[in-house]
Design a protein around this ligand. Structure first.
Ligand code: NOJ
Length: 570
């Protein structure tokens, strides 16, 4: 079916931007920071890539990935079009939560290598123009951290108040009704000092007491320490949870139980307290002194909440992740339009994510089981062409699928054992990177810590590098375009055809450059008349398109689940 385009607002917008020669730019930039002509800093033009270090590349064949493994893949990342890698926690850790339980913030877990290996990774990355972002677990440490070991040693210990200790409400009764997100009470009784300590996550992850200035200073110093070692910034873990109500009010209870059998709680008193923002402003100050960037794990309910994380005048997080985008869990142009418009109107620079180590991979969330490769390209065509910075997740570029364990006894992620079978844990999205067809997908010569999915035979870097139609080849094309096309880098986002239920289309406009993106979210071919002639353009020159997607005159034809990205010509 051929449909007409709706340009009314677009035209007004384009005329205005052509006349003024301006493009909508990011929020304010910080004085003294290197910016380009549009006031953009490096991270606004960069493509970020999350590496789960256990699963990326194993250099010493012990079945677990490591830093030397990452170093060996820097050329691959550079060639792919990655500008910054965010490494999930690689610090010493008992690995209860696979690194999110840090026992020393200023070192590398021997399983991943040494500080010298980190320095090599850092200098090799720098040679290739790749920035390193570390994952800073700010809310809690491991219960094996020396601060906690001291804290629990006595009620008068130097670090006692570095964590949150309280008396029980009565015999065998925790201080209040708060539950841990990973199941059970959020309070663990410690018989040695006859008090409970608070943990929002596992009991092995006691919450740091951010109300104690010494904690704040120590954590700020950790970032300084890594900045000196050359990192470009941090992804801040679980920022919502930094503070709790000091009066320990009970959370309101809703009907029903969760996957762990706990009552469903409204997290009114244990998350998103206003004090979080003061802490973030402090971290940002240190970040600015070191020319860094802060990415936030920010689970926001709406854009007003997201805006709070940018802060007044952009003085908190430069890149709070827009997870609302990941809640659009179906190929619905209307739903995506709504969410893109919302984040595009936010007070800071958008940050788009479609997969990570805590959620099923986008390949399966959007895939229909038959056209997953096309749909993987479609999703790349979407989040890599929006105004904002994308954060990729390793393996997304080759179409890795989520492969959850099928038996409880195989589960590695503890929540998958406590929550089985309703909650199978997060192993499925953390399987080893699929490098080639060889045993263990070329990840390791030893048995990997998680099994390599059978799809390594069909979806792997080596094979896809040779196939011009592969998901990987498509990612590379889009990423290459994104790095060189001013409209994609700096241009405004202008939605088109807002009633179209099949094709999500929009313009990216920068001065007189206009790029049209048309994404067919349906399983049938779509022809869209964009009325280019009427709007002063002669045609749309294809820049990147899938299969038979093409344009002729005013009409763009997009194959089922296809992508068309074209430059509008006068
Ligand atoms: C969020 C991390 O992404 C997740 O993997 C971890 O389990 C929790 N924070 C606790 O640190």
């Amino acid at each position: 079916m051929q449909r007409k385009s709706s340009w009314i607002l677009v035209c007004a917008f384009l005329c205005l931007s052509l006349l003024t020669g301006t493009a909508q730019t990011a929020g304010k930039t910080t004085a003294g920071k290197p910016v380009d002509a549009e006031g953009h800093q490096w991270w606004q033009h960069a493509v970020f890539y999350e590496i789960y270090p256990r699963s990326f590349a194993d250099s010493n064949d012990d079945g677990v990935g490591d830093l030397k493994g990452i170093t060996s893949k820097l050329d691959y990342l550079k060639d792919l079009g990655v500008d910054a890698i965010w490494i999930s926690p690689c610090f010493p850790s008992p690995q209860v939560d696979f690194g999110y339980d840090v026992s020393d913030y200023e070192n590398i877990d021997p399983m991943y290598g040494t500080l010298a290996d980190f320095d090599t990774l850092s200098s090799e990355a720098k040679k290739r123009g790749i920035h390193i972002i570390l994952d800073f677990v700010v809310n809690h440490s491991s219960d094996q951290h020396k601060w906690f070991l001291d804290s629990k040693s006595s009620r008068t210990a130097e670090h006692r108040d570095w964590y949150i200790w309280r008396d029980g409400k009565g015999p065998s009764q925790p201080p209040n009704n708060w539950t841990a997100i990973f199941g059970g009470s959020a309070w663990k009784f410690d018989p040695a000092t006859n008090q409970y300590y608070y943990h929002y996550f596992y009991a092995e992850q006691p919450d740091l007491n951010w109300r104690n200035p010494a904690v704040k200073d120590a954590m700020f110093d950790v970032t300084r320490w890594w900045y000196k070692r050359g990192v470009s910034g941090f992804r801040l873990d679980a920022v919502d949870t930094l503070f709790e109500d000091p009066n320990l009010h009970d959370n309101p209870i809703r009907p029903g139980t969760n996957v762990f059998g706990d009552p469903v709680e409204e997290s009114k008193y244990d998350t998103k307290l206003p004090e979080v923002h003061e802490a973030l402003r402090g971290l940002r100050k240190v970040t600015d002194e070191n020319n860094g960037v802060l990415i936030g794990e920010t689970w926001t309910a709406d854009i007003a909440e997201l805006n709070k994380y940018y802060g007044e005048g952009n003085n908190e997080l430069q890149m709070p992740m827009d997870f609302l985008f990941t809640t659009v869990n179906k190929l619905s142009p209307a739903d995506f339009r709504k969410q893109i418009a919302a984040v595009d109107s936010a007070s800071g620079w958008p940050t788009f994510v479609i997969s990570n180590h805590d959620m099923a991979r986008s390949y399966d969330r959007y895939g229909d089981g038959q056209h997953n490769d096309q749909i993987a390209k479609l999703m790349a065509g979407l989040y890599l062409t929006l105004r904002g910075t994308p954060i990729m997740y390793y393996g997304e570029e080759i179409g890795m699928k989520t492969t959850p364990p099928t038996r409880k006894e195989d589960v590695k992620d503890p929540i998958g054992r406590t929550g089985w079978p309703k909650e199978k844990g997060r192993d499925g999205e953390r399987t080893p990177m699929q490098w080639d067809e060889s045993e263990n997908g070329g990840f390791s010569k030893a048995a990997p810590w998680l099994p390599v999915p059978a799809t390594a035979k069909t979806h792997n870097v080596a094979d896809e590098s040779k196939d011009p139609e592969s998901v990987l080849a498509f990612y590379k094309k889009v990423l290459k375009l994104r790095h060189t096309n001013k409209a994609l880098l700096d241009g405004s986002y202008v939605p088109l055809n807002e009633n179209d239920q099949n094709v999500l289309s929009y313009l990216r406009t920068y001065k007189d450059q206009v790029v049209l993106v048309a994404l067919n979210m349906s399983g049938a071919e779509q022809k869209v008349n964009f009325e280019l002639g009427k709007n002063g353009f002669s045609s749309a020159k294809s820049l990147v398109a899938t299969g038979k997607s093409s344009s002729k005159g005013d009409v763009v034809t997009v194959e089922p689940y296809g992508v068309f990205i074209g430059q509008l010509l006068k």
